[in-house]
Design a protein around this ligand. Structure first.
Ligand code: PEP
Length: 232
């Protein structure tokens, strides 16, 4: 299992450093790789021991006149080589179009980044049935090279993000099995994953890992979730 923590616009530089220190301590005796955290841009720092640090966002240039953005020059300073692309909050709140997202994807692919590529549907689409669901989800792969060797796909139904209502095993299997039948990439599930739900989620064969928001913010709680997720 792989574990990814998306801090969103939470945590500061100081609290992220403390978090990394704490989680490294919590996981000291745990045989685990593949623990990733995505702090806000102001808290980016070098990866350390058990924890790989990635970026929540990046623009498709090395540097330049792009107010508010960061690019390769800023990421290189901390040896960041992992990035989240296509998160629903950037699609829905920041208005990122599929074309814009594909530009980012192709730029970071050229730079050989590990890309966590997020897709997900709103509730009204899920309620329209399977055909509408897959039409919506597959449109989010337009312009995306799913055979890229460093892509990991994260399926995050929007209705399950931050709501406390995780998708059911059946909901997750429906999408993950379909994605597995088409792509060879690892596939993460994200959407209200908690310490209490990780045990059933890890049993789903087509789930290779989890992308966690709220339940990742406390280092001890996230370490607990990781330990539970690793138990065979
Ligand atoms: C997320 O936004 O990536 C996420 C999965 O958040 P939460 O775990 O809080 O639903």
């Amino acid at each position: 299992m792989k574990f990814y923590a998306n801090f969103k616009m939470k945590h500061t530089r100081a609290s992220t450093s403390k978090y990394i220190e704490d989680i490294n301590k919590e996981l000291e005796d745990v045989d685990c790789a593949n623990i990733y955290i995505f702090p806000p841009a102001t808290a980016l720092q070098e990866s350390s021991k058990k924890v790989v640090v990635g970026a929540q966002n990046g623009y498709f240039e090395n540097s330049g006149a792009y107010t508010g953005e960061i690019g390769i020059e800023q990421l290189d300073e901390f040896n960041i080589k992992t990035i989240l692309i296509g998160h629903s909050e950037r699609r829905e709140i920041l208005g990122e179009s599929q074309e814009f997202i594909a530009k980012k994807f192709n730029f970071y692919k050229e730079k050989n980044f590990d890309i966590i590529y997020c897709i997900g549907e709103p509730l009204e689409v899920r309620e329209q049935g399977e055909d509408a669901l897959f039409e919506y989800l597959f449109a989010q792969f337009e312009g995306i090279d799913t055979s890229y060797s460093n892509i990991t796909i994260a399926y995050e139904p929007i209705w399950a993000i931050g709501t406390g209502i995780s998708a059911t095993t059946k909901d997750i299997e429906l999408v993950h099995n379909k994605l597995k039948s088409k792509f060879s990439a690892d596939i993460l599930y994200g959407g209200s994953v908690k310490v209490d739900s990780i045990e059933s989620i890890k049993e789903i064969e087509s789930v290779d890992g989890v992308l966690v928001g709220s339940a990742s913010l406390d280092a001890k709680e996230f370490a607990k979730l990781i330990k539970k997720g690793l138990i065979a």
